[in-house]
Design a binder for this molecule. Structure first.
Ligand code: V47
Length: 351
């Protein structure tokens, strides 16, 4: 990775914000040169399966179409047998990672999750378990009365390998309290990841954008992540999630253009030189924009997914995942080198 830190001049939020004033090609070129310096023509993907054990949620985030509420009355909780069956089928279909996140369901306590992780690891010792967002860790800490450190240590001891980046939304306190009041606050979201990193573990970080937040809020979010990564160093990837608008309670007047989305991805690459990977998550971008984003700073596209319930509940086309062959073909067609990776970015195969 490059020694050069292009961020220095942008540490001041006002200076960083000026990046948005650059035209898209200048910005794209800046981000692309960092991306090329780090990874050349490689585009990373993985073979994964999302499992969302429950949508029965104690919180009501205004942007969420996944949790059960009056716009989505179909409440469900999977039992462990079902989760094990799904895991078995997914692994037989090639998944190397299970990405397990759900809702804040008071009926599923910490021990329920720990037993699930233990059982999955006993049955499938080679599977990578990426599980529980910092929001779920916060919820389980409150439910169990255990500290973050205790909950995270128990997760690690019971088989969780890494943590996904969900629940970050937007760190700005005012916007956050409007869109997801009651959820883990920004300081604690970052604190939970720092503790996880101190246990020698890796995680990701997300940002939900394209709703009511401003460019200033996005810059603030990115700079808080930059600072945290300077302190703990355990973020593998940053994932800008584009807001999907259906079946939820946020009334958004204007959605970001493709250009605004690409600019945001490019700015993330520029402002986060200390986070190795920028993931253009095809489930919220659509495959075409996710591929194009590889020329604007991104180097990863996420994976096959197999099943997805959170973004697809609000309109994205990710419910049934995507075939690995299709991902490879699309990446190649765009002139990049598809590289299958494991969950920690060790390269498995270049196609
Ligand atoms: O935190 C909820 C988001 C996230 C909507 O770590 C929405 O590799 C768009 O974090 N429109 C969960 N997004 C998913 C997530 C994730 C996904 C892929 C990879 C990784 C990783 C993490 O989904 C939530 C929330 O920000 N979300 N509703 C919506 N309407």
């Amino acid at each position: 990775m490059s020694e050069q830190n292009p961020l220095k001049q942008f540490l001041e939020p006002k200076e960083a914000l000026k990046l948005y004033d650059l035209d898209i090609f200048t910005l794209g070129k800046m981000a692309d040169s960092i991306r090329k310096d780090y990874f050349g023509k490689k585009v990373f993907f993985n073979s994964n399966r999302h499992i969302n054990p429950t949508n029965d949620c104690a919180d009501v985030c205004k942007f969420c179409g996944f949790s059960a509420h009056r716009k989505n009355p179909n409440v469900y909780t999977m039992d462990k047998e079902k989760i094990l069956r799904v895991a078995k089928d997914s692994i037989e279909a090639g998944a190397l990672e299970l990405h397990i996140v759900g809702a804040h369901n008071p009926k599923l306590n910490l021990e329920w999750y720990l037993e699930l992780f233990r059982t999955l690891k006993a049955e499938f010792p080679n599977i990578h378990l990426k599980a529980l967002t910092a929001a779920e860790v916060n919820f389980l800490s409150q439910l169990s009365g255990k500290s973050y450190h205790e909950v995270l240590s128990l997760m690690a001891e019971n088989g969780v390998d890494s943590m996904p980046g969900g629940g970050a939304e937007i760190f700005d306190e005012k916007v956050r309290s409007f869109i997801c009041k009651g959820k883990v606050d920004s300081t604690d979201w970052l604190k939970i990841h720092k503790i996880w990193h101190s246990l020698g573990k890796k995680s990701n970080a997300t940002m939900l954008f394209g709703h009511i937040e401003s460019r200033e809020h996005r810059i603030d979010h990115l700079l808080r992540l930059y600072q945290t990564q300077e302190e703990s160093g355990g973020f593998n990837a940053f994932i800008p999630l584009v807001y999907q608008k259906e079946n939820n309670f946020l009334s958004v007047k204007e959605f970001p253009s493709g250009q605004e989305i690409l600019k945001t991805i490019a700015i993330a690459r520029i402002l986060l030189p200390n986070i190795p990977h920028i993931k253009a998550y095809w489930a919220t971008l659509g495959l075409n924009l996710a591929i194009l984003a590889q020329e604007f700073g991104a180097d990863d596209i996420d994976g096959t997914i197999q099943r997805e319930a959170i973004q697809s509940a609000s309109g994205s086309k990710s419910a049934n995942g995507i075939a690995k062959e299709e991902l490879i073909a699309q990446i190649k067609n765009a002139g990049f080198l598809p590289v299958e990776r494991d969950s920690l970015y060790n390269e498995i195969h270049a196609y």
